[in-house]
Design a protein around this ligand. Structure first.
Ligand code: CA
Length: 401
């Protein structure tokens, strides 16, 4: 699943839509010309001819498998709870706990340095690469060259290819060992090359930022990425909460202290922190597991824009930190799938509630539009996109319970 591959999913969200028709039919000659055309830009970035030649040794044709995969983006959206059950499994919790024990010293140092809790860093490492066991073995240079030559997403992959060459020039890794997933996300942390250049860390001090074979470099790099994106050490990612029966869903953002005053309690019985802001997130509607999420939830979404991903990271981190399973049960029926979400985006745009992309993806912007629509229509403002809500927006009837 692309959605389990960190930055990969974000990058590929629009890849299929921007593929040039027939790009895979380019002859080898055109691919070689494309690579040769990179030389001036590479030289301008200080990449030596020897580095360039070594990087592309044996890379003579695009990878047809990668081009085929860009056209296979699924419209299917797994319900949040399906993704959570698959991602935060008993096996993963056990494996993560064992890794946490083995790496306790470095994790403590990384947390001290970055302010990001060790369990959060471990959770991302676990989801991206099964704690380093499955980092993807596709050669990065050929993957990026394939996507760049096909013109995916404008110049994005060309820029990433030049960033990858910069990494090789620095000597952090050899071309043979620079590998990852099919869309260029690299190593145990699934960083694109530009992300690597901006955030990767040499924790063990051997002079190389090694996200391919070093567990501690990988963990420190994930932590640095979250810190650089603004992780607030004073707050968690969020909390599962229990809402009082008369809770007004229309007031869904505010200070944690104000939520506590309104009778919101953490499901695990611990008190909510006295400071910080949060917003209510009901990924299965009212009655299903309910969360107060902080700005740190958005920091995690920088890694992967999916709400399901950020929730899985947060919950897995809680479990690795000794926290309990979710208290509430998920609903039996799923929310809208990709085409349904796109129809809802279109409908809400037509009524003036939504001005974001019509990409068939759930996220904070659509959730906000759904809530404003619900408030306007006198419906419970849970922000949950269901078939009943879509029918209501389309004027075909009132939503069910
Ligand atoms: Ca290192």
């Amino acid at each position: 699943m692309p959605s389990r591959r960190g930055l990969l999913a974000a990058v590929l969200g629009l890849a299929a839509a921007t593929t040039r028709a027939g790009a895979d039919a380019r002859p080898e000659g055109a691919f070689r010309s494309f690579i040769d055309g990179l030389r001036p830009d590479a030289a301008a970035r200080g990449i030596a001819a020897e580095t360039f030649n070594a990087a592309f040794r044996g890379v003579t044709a695009p990878d047809p498998g990668i081009l085929a995969r860009t056209r296979r983006q699924s419209e299917f959206v797994r319900p949040v709870w399906d993704y959570l059950v698959g991602t935060v499994s008993a096996g993963r919790i056990a494996k993560g706990s064992a890794r946490a024990a083995a790496l306790a010293g470095p994790l403590e140092a990384i947390e001290r340095r970055s302010g990001v809790p060790g369990p959060v860093v471990l959770a991302i490492w676990g989801i991206e690469s099964d704690f380093g066991a499955s980092a993807g073995g596709i050669p990065t240079i050929r993957a990026l060259a394939t996507l760049a030559a096909a013109g995916h997403r404008g110049s994005l992959f060309r820029d990433e290819l030049l960033a990858a060459l910069t990494i090789l020039q620095r000597g952090d890794v050899t071309p043979e060992r620079m590998s990852g997933s099919w869309a260029g996300a690299m190593g145990q942390v699934q960083f694109l090359p530009s992300t690597y250049l901006a955030h990767a860390v040499d924790f063990d001090g051997d002079g190389r930022r090694d996200i391919w074979t070093s567990a501690t470099d990988s963990l420190a790099s994930i932590a640095a990425y979250l810190k650089d994106r603004g992780w607030d050490p004073a707050l968690s990612w969020g909390y599962e909460v229990l809402l009082p029966g008369d809770f007004d869903l229309a007031r869904y953002t505010g200070d944690l202290a104000a939520f506590a005053e309104r009778g919101v309690r953490r499901a695990d019985g611990h008190p909510l922190p006295p400071r910080g802001r949060a917003s209510l997130f009901l990924p299965g509607g009212r009655g299903a597991p309910s969360f107060l999420i902080t700005d740190n939830f958005e920091v995690i979404r920088g890694y992967n824009t999916s709400d399901s991903y950020a929730l899985a990271v947060g919950h897995l981190a809680d479990r690795l930190g000794g926290g309990p399973a979710l208290a509430a049960a998920w609903p039996a029926a799923a929310g809208l799938d990709g085409p349904g979400l796109r129809a809802l985006q279109t409908g809400l745009a037509a009524t003036g509630y939504y001005d974001g992309p019509k990409d068939g993806r759930a996220g904070p912007k659509l959730r906000e539009a759904v809530r404003r629509y619900q408030i306007g229509a006198g419906l419970p403002a849970d922000g949950y996109a269901t078939a009943a809500l879509l029918a209501h927006v389309a004027g075909r009837g009132a939503p069910g319970p």
